[in-house]
Design a binder for this molecule. Structure first.
Ligand code: ADP
Ligand code: MG
Length: 147
């Protein structure tokens, strides 16, 4: 019921796990963006649209929560943009709209199982975002206004 949810903020450094261990980069929002989340938004994996500064709008998957596999104490919002960027974008403004919910967070027995689950989420996000009702949000003024 909180969807679609629009937000934007600065990309900050996380634990540096994305690239090293998972091979899947996840851009972390500043705490101020995390604190603005509605209190009743479910933790878990979401899909939606994202853009960096005034760049193109890409599909994304986002995890909201405490990453049970790693057991972090603090809630985070980590976005994997489904696009290959030439460079990092730390310090830049990431704008996202959360469009749909994929699944709750859970822990995994192995890193391979976690990676497989994320890749599965990415495929589901790609498919779902091609639906007309979701493509529509890509054209939302929210992204135009940030240009
Ligand atoms: P951190 O722990 O600092 O989040 P990661 O290894 O998860 O480190 O890498 C995330 C960083 O990689 C992002 O902050 C961003 O600057 C960069 N990056 C490059 N391509 C992408 C992408 N497709 N999706 C998310 N982040 C990306
Ligand atoms: Mg990360």
């Amino acid at each position: 019921k909180n969807l679609p949810y629009f937000c934007r903020g600065e990309v900050v450094r996380g634990f540096g796990r994305g690239s090293k261990e998972l091979g899947i980069l996840t851009a972390n929002f500043t705490d101020s963006v995390v604190e603005l989340l509605p209190g009743d938004i479910s933790t878990g994996i979401y899909y939606g649209w994202a853009c960096v500064d005034n760049g193109d709008i890409h599909k994304m998957v986002m995890s909201i929560g405490c990453n049970p596999y790693y057991n972090n104490a603090k809630k985070s919002m980590e976005t994997h943009v489904i696009h290959t960027f030439k460079e990092d974008f730390y310090g830049q403004i990431l704008s996202v709209v959360l469009v749909g919910y994929i699944r709750p967070e859970r822990s995994y027995d192995s890193l391979d199982a976690l990676i497989a689950a994320i890749n599965h989420d990415i495929e589901e996000a790609k498919r779902k975002l091609d639906l007309p009702e979701h493509l529509k949000l890509k054209k939302d003024n929210f992204f135009i206004a940030s240009a």
